[in-house]
Structures are given as structure tokens and as C-alpha cells.
Ligand binder design. Structure first.
Ligand code: PLP
Length: 372
């Protein structure tokens, strides 16, 4: 067998992530590699931190990308904030809420699960009740944008509710960052993680995180060591914020960070508010087209994510066959259903660079033709 260079097909990515990457970001990725302690690289790291603060709308000093995918951002928040025996309310209304519960258990915590129906947002009333029922709750964990169902939960109300009760929050913003309104400081969120490959439209494999002063306080007052060496943020801190000189922790994914820098710069130049509006506008366009084709949305209009559109597969249609057809005939990827929606729904992403008019048109045209 002769093995040759891998030349991937040119797809349009309209699934739940990774999303389409801007050519500018791909170019940045291929610039020459420098040493990860090179003075020029350290300057760029400082800019990445500043750009991430803007994207998260926070003044938190501890705002960095973790060198691993969104799932590692999730794990980092749980293993750093939870000490064995800590009680955590976990809101579960989809796949990622369930993963949060698993993280609590593995970090030695006790999970008090607040369940909501898949496709519906987290109920503030239920969370309030759970807080009253368990006065020893330390942390509230929830997903802002549940990618398995396409639902948005009210992170502002949940953040402020927790703060009123002296409870820390862990918030999954993997799909929300850059796509819908997110204001970490104003909403008083504590440990917030995201991913590079959804609405930031960067290469997969990086997890922006930000920790509030209250979250840092909790980490500093730990009685026990963080159970993960790689994700122990007190060790990572020396690498990302040593004044002047940085100490070696791990080798940063140098070129991936060039790409993140470029994608965050694109977001800054466009302006956050504009990016949020663009996602909404493109969603409206797609929604009108899908409804014309007879599609029904899983999520009711006021809790719908513009960047992740979940629609029921029409009666009698082989959903996997249609997705293969879209991939083969149109080089178009859309997502299948996850968990409870497996085989029953499609997830159509309009994330970051992918939230463009031509993508909406391609998707509508391809779906119409395929269903015929
Ligand atoms: C994609 C996603 C993750 C995981 O991110 P990876 O980069 O795949 O590890 C976590 N939470 C949510 C809500 C996501 O959509």
C-alpha cells in the first residue's frame, strides 16, 4: 500500500461542530512555528488573553485557552472547583448536562440533579427549589447552549440566583461563545468554559476558560490537591501569566494558538454585538426556508439557539440516508440527532464563519432536492 498525503474533501460544515473555518484562520495556522517560550509568542499569548476577555465580556485575569478540546475545559472547571464531598446542583436537559453529572461524581462531588425535558430550557423555579432544599449546595452547574437539543437556558437569571445564595456557578458556553449574548461579569458567572470549534470557527482542540475572583478564591482555599495534574489550573497559571518570564508546564499547541488569535481578532473586528445579530439574522432566514419546506422545530421560538437548529425528521424519511446524500452530492454536513433525538431530528449548525447567506441557501436547496 502506498500512503500519500491526505487531501480532505472540501465540505460545508453545518453540523453541531466543528464549523466552517475562515480562510484567514487556516492561513494563520500554517505560519512558521516558533518556540513556545519565544518572546514573540509570549506577546501573542497576552493578546489571546485580552481577546478572550472581550469575547467572554469579562475582566477576569484568569482567562486562557486550555490546550485541549471543549471537553477538557469542562473537566478543568469541575476538577478545580469541586473538592470531595462538595454538593453540586447539576441541571440536565440534554447530553452535556449528563456529562456534567459524570464530571461531578468523578471529581468526588455529590450531584443533585435537576431534570428538565429535552428541548426545554432549565427551569429557574426548579433550581430555586433545589437550592432551598439543600442549603449546603456549593456549586450550580448548567449548560448555556445545549447543543444536543438546540435550546438556550437563561444563564443570566441562573448566575444571579446562585450568587444571591453564595453558590458558585460552572457554566458550559461551548456553543454560545461568539454566537449569542454572553456576559460573564454582568451575569456574575464563576467558572466558564468554551470551545474553539463552534461559533469561534477555529480549529478543534482548544478550550477557552475564565475564572472569576470567587472561583479563584475557592481553588486557593482547597484542602486537597486537584486530582488531575494536567488540568490543575494553579500549575497552568505560571505558564500563562508569569510576569515577564514564563515557566514550562506543557508545550502549547503553537500553531493552533495562532489560529485562535486570528479567529478572535476576526470576532473583535466584526464586533460581538454584530456577530450575535448575524447569527440571529441567518437563523431567521433558515427558519423561514425550513418552515416553507414543512419542517417543525423541536424548540419553541423564545428558547431557540440561532446557531443550532433542531428540526424533526419528516415522517417516513430515512434520516441517515438523507445525510449521506447531502454529503455525497453537496459536500454538505448536517448533524443527526443525539441521545433522545437520535434518528428523530436533524441539527443544522449556523456557527461563526458558517453563519452566512450562501450556507443557508445551499442547505435549503440541498434539503429540498434530497427530500424529493
Ligand atoms: C461540543 C460541545 C462540548 C465538547 O466540546 P469538544 O470540543 O467536542 O470536546 C461540550 N459542551 C457543549 C455544549 C458542546 O456543544
Amino acid at each position: 500500500m502506498i500512503i500519500q498525503s491526505f487531501i480532505p474533501p472540501r465540505r460545508t460544515l453545518m453540523g453541531p461542530g466543528p464549523s466552517d473555518i475562515s480562510p484567514q484562520v487556516l492561513q494563520a495556522l500554517s505560519r512558521p512555528t516558533v518556540g513556545h517560550l519565544d518572546p514573540s509568542f509570549i506577546g501573542m499569548m497576552d493578546e489571546v488573553k485580552a481577546l478572550l476577555k472581550y469575547a467572554f465580556q469579562t475582566e477576569n485575569d484568569f482567562t486562557i485557552p486550555i490546550s485541549a478540546p471543549g471537553s477538557a475545559g469542562m473537566e478543568a472547571c469541575f476538577v478545580n472547583l469541586i473538592e470531595p464531598g462538595d454538593k453540586v446542583i447539576v441541571c440536565r436537559n440534554g447530553v452535556f448536562g449528563e456529562r456534567m453529572r459524570e464530571n461531578v461524581i468523578r471529581a468526588g462531588g455529590i450531584a443533585e440533579v435537576v431534570d428538565d425535558i429535552w428541548g426545554e430550557p432549565v427551569s429557574i423555579e426548579k433550581v430555586e427549589q433545589a437550592i432551598k432544599q439543600h442549603p449546603d449546595i456549593k456549586i450550580l452547574a448548567f449548560v448555556h447552549a445545549e447543543t444536543s437539543t438546540g435550546v438556550r437556558s437563561d444563564a443570566e437569571s441562573l448566575g444571579k440566583l446562585a450568587k444571591q445564595h453564595g453558590i458558585l456557578t460552572i457554566v458550559d458556553t461551548v456553543t454560545s461563545l461568539g454566537g449569542i449574548t454572553l456576559k460573564v461579569d454582568e451575569w456574575q458567572l464563576d467558572a466558564v468554559y468554551s470551545g474553539s470549534q463552534k461559533c469561534l470557527s477555529c480549529t478543534p482542540g482548544l478550550a477557552p476558560v475564565t475564572f472569576s475572583p470567587d472561583a479563584i478564591e475557592k481553588i486557593k482555599s482547597r484542602q486537597s490537591q486537584v486530582r488531575s495534574w494536567f488540568l490543575d489550573q494553579s500549575l497552568v497559571l505560571g505558564y500563562w501569566s508569569g510576569e515577564g518570564k514564563r515557566s514550562y508546564h506543557h508545550t502549547a499547541p503553537v500553531n493552533s494558538l495562532y489560529a485562535l488569535h486570528e479567529s478572535l481578532l476576526l470576532l473583535k473586528n466584526e464586533g460581538l454585538e454584530h456577530a450575535w445579530r448575524r447569527h440571529q439574522d441567518m437563523h431567521n432566514l433558515l427558519r423561514d426556508g425550513l418552515e416553507k419546506l414543512g419542517f417543525e422545530f423541536v424548540v419553541k421560538a423564545d428558547a431557540r439557539l440561532p446557531q443550532l437548529n433542531t428540526v424533526y425528521v419528516p415522517e417516513g424519511v430515512d434520516e441517515a440516508k438523507v445525510r449521506s446524500h447531502l454529503l455525497e452530492q453537496y459536500n454538505l454536513e448536517i448533524g443527526g440527532g443525539l441521545g433522545e433525538f437520535s434518528g428523530k431530528a436533524w441539527r443544522i449548525g449556523l456557527m461563526g464563519y458558517g453563519a452566512r447567506r450562501e450556507n443557508v441557501s445551499l442547505c435549503l436547496k440541498a434539503l429540498e432536492e434530497s427530500l424529493r
